[in-house]
Design a protein around this ligand. Sequence first.
Ligand code: ATP
Ligand code: FE
Ligand code: MG
Length: 346
Amino acid sequence: MIILGIESSCDETGIALYDQEQGLLAHALHSQIDMHAEYGGVVPELASRDHVRRTLPLIQRVLDEAKLTLADIGGIAYTQGPGLAGALLVGTSIAESLAFTLNVPTVGVHHLEGHLLAPLLEANPPAFPFVALLVSGGHTQLMRVGGIGDYTLLGDTLDDAAGEAFDKTAKLLGLSYPGGPAVSRLADLGTPGRFKLPRPMLNSGDLNFSFSGLKTAVLTLVNDHSDADGILDEQTKADIALEFQEAVTEVLTAKCMAALRETGLDQLVVSGGVGANRQLREKLNRATKRRLCHVHYPRLEFCTDNGAMIAFAGAMRMQHETAGDHGFSVRPRWDLASLQRPAASA
Ligand code: ATP
Ligand code: FE
Ligand code: MG
């Protein structure tokens, strides 16, 4: 069966077609980053309106790319939450009305389950069980993944998510939104060892994180090194970016290794936007190799929001779900650990 996937939880309209036999057939993305950049962050109402404009043309584009028509769609998977309520409503209502006209089943997908399963779209996917680090703009969580819908939370952030810390640090350094890629690019020009930032929660003895103190420490550095007009020289900016990235990636890596140790598992899966960070990947590759563990990532474009991960997660669940009445609701807040295994495989 061919599943149409629709992602609209935030500032990306992601559409994909996934065939349960052949795998991913086509995917397309429209990012609203440029539209929100002048506001320094996502403006929810603008996001919703843009999803309205983009969704149908993108569906047509993936169908054309796969040389298929609407009649070939056997089911529709859409992000039901968590995310921005208005943005979620656009994808959800389009999915349910299209499914009603095509008379096909739908499945409301948990956005984070999408992120979590994205590495399974790659060649040589990990087998269950594994440890997953979900490290995105809104979340920093370690989970034990026993199977589809079998998610045990091992650790969580007590305050800011890692991606959020990148975004806020970027703002403090006068960089563009989203901050992760911008901080990372600047860090390449930095001088190692010039500054020393804290490694929050590194020795906390649990698998939790905290990143808000780091942002405050960056603010102190920025203030201390700015001139009378509040201007920071470019080299100092790069040196701060480098040390900030070091601090975040060192903590993330240490906690991943601790999670593998505690669970006795030897496979790590990393997903979410910060999973695209090169420094993080280098550290994780080194650390897992030393311990004879394996680490899996999605391809770079599937680290951040996309339709492919939603189509895939939907395909994993669709087998077992029957056509509903096409009534719908969204779940702007939704706990991943509350998900259940699909009925037939429970
Ligand atoms: P969530 O999935 O938790 O609701 P989200 O969908 O906004 O949040 P993603 O789209 O997965 O999050 O990721 C976006 C985040 O990833 C942003 O905070 C961005 O700064 C960060 N990010 C993207 N690329 C990089 C990178 N190369 N290095 C560090 N951070 C990055
Ligand atoms: Fe996301
Ligand atoms: Mg995004």
